[in-house]
Design a protein around this ligand. Structure first.
Ligand SMILES: Nc1ncnc2c1ncn2[C@@H]1O[C@H](COP(=O)(O)OP(=O)(O)OP(=O)(O)O)[C@@H](O)[C@H]1O
Length: 248
């Protein structure tokens, strides 16, 4: 398993953001759904080795991210798109992605080609030399995705990557996700249930720090059948039904 957590917990003062998550994930795309404040970002940040857990066990790519050398090995093979990635406005698209390639310790001889491929893959080939300050919000999101995939990560974590993308870009991005999921373990948090239906083989639903559902999109949709759950589509009704049951 590329990700294996046992009873993973993260507290911020008196708030328990993640309350005992046990999750295994191999290659493929896993959609992470849940209402605001459910703990999705906190879980992704722990999996991205950005914050340590308060308690519980976590193994990434067979390694222990709590140990310095192993954490460094994991980071080389990891891609992470945080909710709010800071951009250097004076950098060009290529310079920014290259910066991350170097941070991820890509062999120098591979950097040029890897950066060009990542920029092309997110559809920014024509903007490669544009300064970041001149790009739209949706284009910046795509730059954020390019930096995450520049090292062809085996573990890719994306926090609401489709927010701000126009419909055509969203469709293109879902196809990129499916492609990446063929060899990598991809976890994508989203509020767009359509993302899950279109791109994810599996889905986990978080509520109040816990995973209250883990299965296929069809299984989630089935949870809404025969209930009074609200939603415009089967997946939305399944989502509402699981949340209602978790809170009853
Ligand atoms: N750095 C922090 N300091 C204090 N509290 C935090 C911190 N980060 C998260 N929290 C709290 O932890 C809980 C879970 O937040 P988190 O951002 O993980 O949820 P989320 O599911 O990603 O929400 P959203 O869908 O709104 O992005 C919330 O109650 C939040 O206020």
């Amino acid at each position: 398993m590329n990700i294996a957590t046992t009873d993973l917990t993260r507290r911020f003062g008196r708030t328990t953001a993640v309350a005992g998550v046990t999750l295994d994930a191999g290659p493929g795309v896993l959609g992470l759904l849940g209402p605001n404040g459910a703990g999705k970002t906190s879980l992704l940040r722990m999996l991205a080795t950005v914050i340590p857990p308060s308690s519980g066990r976590i193994r990434l790519l067979g390694r222990d991210p709590g140990a310095y050398r192993q954490r460094r090995q994991v980071r080389r093979r990891l891609g992470y798109v945080p909710q709010n990635l800071g951009f250097y406005p004076g950098f060009t698209v290529v310079e920014f992605v290259e910066y991350f390639a170097l941070l991820k310790e890509l062999p120098p001889a591979q950097v040029h080609r890897a950066v060009a491929a990542a920029v092309e893959r997110v559809g920014l080939g024509d903007q490669a030399k544009a300064k970041l300050r001149t790009l739209s919000g949706g284009m910046l999101r795509r730059v954020g995705i390019a930096q995450a995939i520049v090292n062809e990560p085996e573990l890719l974590l994306l926090d609401e990557p489709t927010a701000g993308l126009d419909p055509a870009q969203r469709v293109a991005f879902r196809s990129l996700l499916r492609d990446l999921g063929r060899r990598a373990t991809v976890i994508v948090s989203t509020h767009l249930v359509e993302d899950v239906g279109a791109a994810c083989a599996r889905v986990a639903l978080m509520d109040q720090g816990k995973i209250v559902f883990h299965g296929t999109p069809d299984e989630l949709a089935a949870r809404g059948i025969g209930t009074t759950a609200v939603g415009d589509a089967p997946l939305e009704r399944g989502y509402s039904a699981v949340l209602a049951a978790a809170n009853s």
